[in-house]
Design a protein around this ligand. Structure first.
Ligand SMILES: NC(=O)c1ccc[n+]([C@@H]2O[C@H](COP(=O)([O-])OP(=O)(O)OC[C@H]3O[C@@H](n4cnc5c(N)ncnc54)[C@H](O)[C@@H]3O)[C@@H](O)[C@H]2O)c1
Length: 511
């Protein structure tokens, strides 16, 4: 919490100011001669001190209005109101964030939900005890009757972000919006305008900023320990089966139905680079990439006879078949990626494994990866240049053992920070040539909740910050607000423009 500190500073500044003022008044009767001269000098110095304190107080007080608003909303020592939520799009991500209400019933209550799928609506009604009149079939129905809750959690597919986000902002909902904000720059701008106009808070789920080790890494950078940041090298290793699942067979495979990979997979990473390079402006961006492997050229090169039918493949052991990842044991409680193929409530009355195999045989996830209708890049790099001459390089690649565990190296003038997944951050100091290994201390979520949330604990802290921001009326708790997110989306669109046009884009931050 920042505002009590600020209030404290303001109090100290006012007290010092009053003390000096009294001293000045007390010195009004000055003698002549050496003692008088000394008194006058003291008086003069007191006056100078007085003026300095006044200017300090003004500076502190100028920062206070938002603090006062926050202090007004935050009743110290008393119980804060539970934030109510409407979930729009109750799929993987919507349920993930809604889980917070089960974990922190004093923070969040899901009071309404909307999904086009009946099974998802049933799941929400049952899990969160939502009455039938607060369950809606599409986002349009959910917003038609006015505002139902304090905030809206918008987790619909990429192409369905702008509609519900703008409608919810117009109704005065604070919004937690899944990334990408929208699939076109114009739509992202429209969302920002709607939030500004209606004075609502919006957090985009750029979960990396909330990830405890990454937050720790940022603290190290802010402390100045590694000096000026000169270069950032960041890799998003998507993972071979994750890419095949989501970007070859799944929802993000076709640009027309979703968007380009850099936006759907890496707007987080562009956002993180801007977070690391805080205070700098990007002056140039350049990108290269292609759909190198997952295309039917390979199917014909290998000979179609080498790929068995789904039925043949199901007979093999899970290690030796291309659909093996779906056949690993999942104990009847599906988590990603099984839950995407077939969720618990799908095909009621059947054992989970049976349902899963049926879905693989009949659905998109049983398709050969070389014979799908995918068209998005499976490898891409982006280069950034900043206004102080520093640089950053981002690589997104499908062909990795790691699944989305970022590799980040930040080179400063005094040292280097490395994050290579897990919970540790390594700091190397050039002067002492010593390495320090740091671990985050943020561990608020319970054991049970950590099992439920995805992306380490990043998802937990994303929703946690948002709920606290709404509860306390404090937008500063949101690290990925609408302006910061629009900026990183703009840069992502410009990077893709560079790849498509084959040129370097100058001043990419200019709207
Ligand atoms: N932050 C992250 O790391 C992260 C990770 C994965 C996905 N995502 C993003 O989250 C969003 C949701 O992804 P998901 O994996 O949960 O997808 P999903 O398909 O599991 O869930 C989307 C849900 O929205 C519902 N829906 C579709 N149209 C609707 C409408 N008009 N009104 C109401 N509901 C509607 C679908 O039925 C589905 O249940 C996507 O934009 C995706 O890119 C973000």
């Amino acid at each position: 919490m920042v505002h009590p500190v600020r209030l404290c500073h303001a109090g100290i500044a006012c007290f010092t100011m009053a003390r000096r003022f009294c001293a000045v008044i007390g010195l009004s009767k000055c003698r002549t001669g050496a003692r008088g001269y000394r008194r006058r000098t003291e008086m003069f110095l007191a006056l100078v001190g007085h003026l300095i304190e006044i200017s300090k107080a003004i500076r502190v007080l100028r920062r206070l209005p938002s603090g006062f608003v926050r202090a007004k909303n935050l009743v110290w020592g008393s119980k804060m109101a539970v934030v109510t939520a409407l979930v729009i799009g109750a799929g993987q991500r919507g349920r993930n964030y809604a889980c917070y209400a089960l974990d922190r019933p004093d923070g969040l209550k899901v009071v309404a939900a909307s999904d086009v799928r009946e099974s998802a609506r049933e799941y929400m009604a049952k899990t969160f005890h939502i009455p039938a009149n607060m369950i809606f079939s599409g986002w349009e129905d959910a917003v038609a009757g006015g505002k139902l809750a304090d905030c809206a959690i918008v987790t619909t597919p990429d192409c369905e972000h702008k509609g519900p986000a703008v409608a919810c902002a117009n109704l005065g909902y604070h919004i937690l919006l899944e990334k990408p904000m929208a699939t076109s720059l114009e739509d992202c701008i429209e969302i920002r305008e709607a939030c500004r106009r209606n004075k609502v808070m919006l957090a985009v789920c750029h979960i990396l900023r909330y990830d405890p080790p990454i937050a720790l890494m940022k603290e190290v950078l802010d402390s100045g320990e590694i000096g000026e940041i000169v270069n950032v090298e960041q890799t998003e290793p998507v993972g071979f089966y994750h890419f095949a699942h989501s970007f070859v067979r799944g929802n993000w495979r076709k640009e027309e139905e979703s968007s380009f990979t850099l936006l759907t997979k890496c707007c987080h990473d562009v956002d993180l680079i801007l977070h690391i390079m805080e205070g700098k402006t990007c002056t140039k961006v350049s990108s290269f990439g292609s759909l190198h492997h997952f295309n039917n050229v390979y199917a014909y090169a290998c000979g179609p006879e080498n790929f068995g039918s789904v039925g043949d493949e199901l007979g093999k052991s899970s290690k030796g078949t291309w659909i093996g990842i779906y056949l690993e044991p999942c104990n009847g409680t599906p988590v990603w990626p099984w839950s995407v193929v077939c969720d618990v409530e799908d095909l009621p009355g059947k054992e989970y494994k049976t349902k899963l195999l049926e879905r693989i045989q009949d659905g998109p996830y049983g398709r050969c990866v070389y014979e799908c209708d995918n068209d998005v890049c499976d490898n891409q790099t982006v280069m950034f240049e900043f206004d102080d001459g520093s640089t950053a390089a981002l690589t997104m690649v499908a062909f990795t053992e790691r699944i989305c565990e970022r590799l980040i190296r930040i080179r400063g003038s005094k040292g280097e920070v490395t994050y290579s997944g897990g919970s540790e951050v390594r700091v190397f100091d050039f002067l002492s040539r010593m390495t320090t290994t740091l671990k985050p201390s943020r561990q608020e979520s319970s054991e049970s909740s950590r099992r439920r949330y995805g992306h380490g604990e990043a998802d937990y802290f994303t929703i946690d910050s948002f709920v606290k921001a709404v509860q306390r009326g404090d937008p500063s708790l949101i690290l990925t607000g609408v302006d910061a997110s629009l900026r990183s989306h703009l840069l992502t669109f410009k990077a893709e423009e560079s790849r498509v046009r084959g040129c370097t884009i100058k001043d990419p931050e200019r709207l």
